[in-house]
Design a protein around this ligand. Structure first.
Ligand code: FBP
Length: 251
């Protein structure tokens, strides 16, 4: 599985996502968590993460000189939030080679499944899988149904299962997906992904109990874990929140 165990513990996974500054701009941030060092400290202190997801610039300026951090996942593509209403497309901004030089244990790439631009993203993703696997780097596909062809169906069982399967077909070692909202439908999503491991995105900040129920159902469906950002670093007690999520994942 091309080194995917580097971002697992006991075959399970909890990634701290911190690429929202690229995807959304600093709008998600407070005076504290706008500082990458604040978020990397959460990653260090919680001691529960199996990886932290960064864009290359933040990785270079903050991760590279830091100690005691979980494995690095470098996100290779991204888009800004300035194109609302258009068909989404996100193209490569960092090479596999650069990610490797930065010390990445894995690389990530978003495909907007269903977008009219999906072919471009699939083609880039395919090349990235080849290059990353040559370097024994696992590839995580952020497989997000988006665009007018899947509008209103972004979390439907069949659409998310299709996104999961596409990840397997393209060679992803792990796929990051939205949750379908119930365990039964997510069972099918996980089955559709086959040997490709499944993790679920956190999404916008929600009530702790709601998140705990979701994580429990997601794990019961056979997922490998979670990749969470805002629900942790926007929390008043982010380290405790991370530990609570980890407790549900590892039991
Ligand atoms: P969150 O847990 O904060 O949702 O982070 C997961 C993530 O996939 C990030 O990696 C990414 O920046 C963001 O969500 C993208 O969110 P969206 O596409 O919904 O705007």
């Amino acid at each position: 599985m091309f080194g995917v165990e580097k971002i697992l513990r006991d075959e399970k996974c909890l990634l701290l996502a911190y690429d929202q500054g690229f995807e959304h701009g600093p709008t998600d941030f407070s005076d504290d968590n706008v500082d990458p060092e604040f978020v990397l400290n959460i990653a260090r202190e919680a001691e529960v993460f199996t990886g932290v997801v960064l864009q290359a610039g933040v990785a270079e300026k903050y991760y590279a000189s830091a100690q005691g951090l979980p494995a690095l996942v470098v996100k290779l593509n991204g888009k800004t939030a300035f194109h609302k209403g258009e068909e989404p497309v996100s193209l490569q901004v960092c090479s596999v080679e650069r990610a490797d030089e930065l010390g990445a244990a894995a690389v990530g790439y978003t495909i907007y499944v269903g977008s009219q631009h999906e072919e471009e993203m699939m083609a880039e993703f395919g090349r990235i899988v080849e290059e990353a696997h040559e370097r024994n780097l696992p590839v995580i596909g952020w497989m997000y149904p988006r665009g007018k062809h899947v509008e209103g169906r972004e979390t439907d069982k069949e659409v998310v299962a299709y996104a999961a399967r596409l990840g397997l077909e393209l060679g992803a070692d792990m796929v990051k997906l939205p949750y379908t909202g119930d365990k039964d439908s997510f069972d099918w999503v996980v089955k559709s992904a086959g040997k490709t491991l499944v993790v679920v995105q956190g999404g916008t900040k929600k009530a702790e109990e709601e998140l705990a129920v979701e994580v429990k159902e997601i794990m019961a469906a056979g997922a490998a874990g979670m990749a969470v950002g805002r629900n942790i670093w926007q929390d008043e007690k982010p380290v405790e929140m991370a530990k609570k999520i980890a407790k549900v994942i590892w039991g």
